[in-house]
Design a protein around this ligand. Structure first.
Ligand SMILES: Nc1nc2c(ncn2[C@@H]2O[C@H](COP(=O)(O)OP(=O)(O)OP(=O)(O)O)[C@@H](O)[C@H]2O)c(=O)[nH]1
Ligand SMILES: [Mg+2]
Length: 314
């Protein structure tokens, strides 16, 4: 698989900025040109999802297919509801039948131990406390960003960010990025360094330059910790081991996401490392032969600690 050629991509990004595009959405019109410089937009998708409230903090879940984004949203939502928050899917995000169905699926499954189907494409979930909206949880950024299909990669499909996401990345909302260090999912990032390296480079190219270190937060999340020797459904009992493992596989992120202070004398990490487990999953088949999964829910400590990190700068 070809690695990203940053020079070629730079040219491509500039070229795309100069092309006539379809009418901009309201939220896009407020962006300043200098804010857009790092984002390579796919113009064909211009009329797609958008977040219309630019005041509420947004929690962006970034991670390859099957890395566990949707189930983290479900797990976090269950925890927050128990803590007195109100959870609602956001109907204004995208006006398509598929999205409305995905919202319905999320709401239905929230009260059960049945896993969401893998087909949920977009999810925007609003979190309220005492009638005030405190956060929006967004599953992003779409399958093509991680595609392993050589033809799609050749066509540059993974080397662009959807317009809705570029709007969010460059918006004034406070943001927490929960970036999944996927190692044990179907696209095995543990086995394939090319996918891993490319994922890291694209995050560093499109997301990272727009991060405001004073307002935003990056959480590198080692999910499915129950599948490793470092933890189980109750806890991560070897956080150092998990961190070293993650660092071995995601060197670029650990080495480049740093901020310096005191005139460059001191440098510190511009992210926090956490582990997570949603639960242990079991395949099931219903009376019609339809396959689904149930799960034994993992300990509250995981969503509790994740929420604490997410909201630290809100
Ligand atoms: N062992 C284990 N498996 C998990 C965990 N979380 C998710 N899984 C498994 O991973 C599968 C995919 O999880 P999803 O939450 O749907 O993943 P996703 O990132 O939303 O996937 P896409 O929407 O396709 O991008 C689930 O159906 C489970 O089988 C976990 O904490 N532990
Ligand atoms: Mg999903």
């Amino acid at each position: 698989m070809p690695q990203i050629n940053s020079e070629a991509t730079q040219t491509n990004a500039v070229h795309q900025e100069q092309q006539p595009t379809e009418p901009q959405t309201d939220t896009e019109q407020v962006l300043q040109p200098e804010q857009r410089q790092h984002v390579n937009v796919n113009p064909a998708q211009i009329q797609t999802p958008q977040i219309i409230n630019n005041k509420v903090p947004v929690v962006v879940f970034v991670g390859p297919p099957s890395s566990g984004k949707s189930m983290i949203l479900v797990r976090l939502a269950k925890y927050l509801r128990d803590e007195g928050y109100t959870i609602e899917t956001d109907p204004t995000f995208l006006n398509t039948d598929d999205y409305q169905q995905d919202c319905q699926e999320f709401n239905d499954k929230l009260n059960t131990n049945i896993a969401l189907k893998g087909s949920v494409k977009f999810l925007l979930v609003n979190v309220y406390k005492d009638g005030q909206e405190v956060a929006k949880l967004l599953e992003a950024p779409g399958e093509d960003f991680y595609t392993t299909d050589p033809m799609k990669i050749k066509a540059g499909k993974n080397d662009m960010v959807e317009p809705y996401l570029s709007t969010i990345i460059t918006s004034n909302n406070r943001k927490s990025y929960v970036v999944l260090l996927d190692l044990d999912s179907e696209i095995s990032f543990r086995r394939d360094s090319r996918h891993r390296d490319s994922y890291q480079q694209r995050f560093l190219k499109y997301f990272y330059p727009n991060i405001d270190k004073n307002k935003d937060r990056i959480i590198l999340l080692y999910n499915k910790i129950d599948m490793t020797m470092f933890g189980n459904i109750n806890c991560c009992d070897n956080i150092k081991g998990a961190r070293d493992d993650a660092k071995l596989y995601y060197k670029q992120w650990f080495s480049s996401m740093k901020v310096s202070s005191l005139g460059g004398f001191i440098s510190s990490e511009n992210f926090v490392f956490k582990t997570f487990c949603t639960g242990v999953f079991s395949p099931q088949t219903d009376g019609f032969g339809e396959k689904y999964q149930t799960y034994n829910i993992a300990n509250n400590i995981f969503p509790k600690e994740l929420w604490k990190e997410i909201t630290r700068k809100f």
